[in-house]
Design a protein around this ligand. Structure first.
Ligand code: PMV
Length: 327
């Protein structure tokens, strides 16, 4: 076939991914400048690939899971259209003729970073189609803008963990620049993530907490301080590999989240079942009132505790772990 065949070949498909994430500690208070810890979930991925479209078509987005298909021009307010537009502006390119196909293994509205991951995969696919790479430092602010459309006033933790794909200690800085530190674990930590099966809007819980904070600022600032304190102690427990202390601090964080009124009957049922089955610590993760709980477990107890969570009504249980980085 020779060179004619090569000249006629279609451009290679651009395939891009981004992981889900889970917040270990510090949700809600992180919106008010306190620290939080979160880890990526590499077993749950959002993916996107770019397919060339006919000349003049511009950017279209096809979301396989939600059966959405729209063009950036027709629905410019859609969060994923905004992600595409910001990418085009950032790269200073002409709008390409491309269909971006996206799919995701990450359950939506359950605190696992689905919105940030899908947008990240999409931006990476679009950049790759344009022959460009967007570095994490440039990508994270774009995804933060998209998160605002999903979540109202996000802290920035989701876009950070999903884009960098690393365990992070996160704190909003006094300027626009957040403090982001990658943390390491001193011991293998095993977690179960159990889904209540209840979809919950982070935008709603964040705005409810905001209304309560406006009503009683001193009480809420004190709760946020307590949560921030728990997070700092938990980070040092993780770095020392002190599993017992981390478990106690997760339970303490859950007490404080109850006081923010973001727990729910289903969350409490899973927490009671997890503790009765021997979890070291267990708490809600993310916005709350639904979504997932995260349990710290001993490796040998994973199956027993997972089964207890399922019989208490969890619709799905996944395992994840943090391992010490070999020196
Ligand atoms: O529900 P998730 O996992 O997207 O997390 C929300 C975390 C909050 O602290 C409640 C909000 C935020 O933007 O940090």
């Amino acid at each position: 076939m020779g060179s004619a065949g090569i000249r006629g070949a279609l451009p290679a498909l651009s395939m891009s991914n981004a992981p889900g994430k889970i917040i270990l500690l510090g949700e809600h208070a992180v919106v008010y400048g306190r620290p939080a810890l979160a880890i990526p979930l590499p077993d749950l991925q959002a993916s996107a690939h770019a397919e060339p479209a006919k000349a003049g078509a511009g950017v279209s987005i096809e979301a396989l899971d939600t059966e959405q298909h729209f063009s950036m021009r027709d629905m410019p307010q859609e969060p994923l259209a905004v992600a595409a537009r910001l990418t085009i502006e950032h790269l200073a390119i002409v709008e390409p003729d491309v269909t971006l196909h996206i799919s995701s293994q990450i359950p939506i509205a359950s605190g696992l970073g689905s919105g940030a991951a899908v947008a990240t995969a999409l931006v990476r696919a679009l950049a790759a189609f344009a022959g460009r790479v967007i570095a994490p430092d440039e990508l994270s602010p774009i995804i933060f803008e998209v998160e605002k459309l999903f979540h109202g006033t996000p802290s920035g933790i989701d876009n950070t963990v999903v884009v960098y794909g690393l365990p992070v200690y996160f704190k909003q800085g006094s300027s626009q620049q957040p403090i982001v530190e990658v943390f390491q674990s001193g011991a293998a930590l095993h977690f179960l993530v159990a889904d209540t099966g209840i979809a919950s809007s982070t935008k709603t819980t964040v705005s409810d907490v905001r209304a309560a904070w406006q009503h009683e600022p001193l009480a809420y600032e004190a709760l946020f301080d307590d949560i921030g304190n728990v997070v700092e102690r938990a980070r040092s427990a993780i770095e020392r590999g002190d599993v017992n202390t981390l478990g106690l601090l997760m339970n303490r964080n859950q007490d404080l989240l109850r006081r923010l009124d973001v727990s729910s009957t289903q969350i409490e049922t899973l927490i009671a079942a997890g503790l009765a089955a021997g979890a070291q610590g267990i708490k809600l993760s993310g916005g709350g009132r639904g979504g997932n709980v995260i349990a710290l477990v001993d490796a040998h107890n994973t199956t027993t505790i997972g089964a207890a969570l399922l019989s208490a009504g969890a619709t799905n249980v996944i395992t994840t772990a943090l391992y010490p980085t070999p020196s």
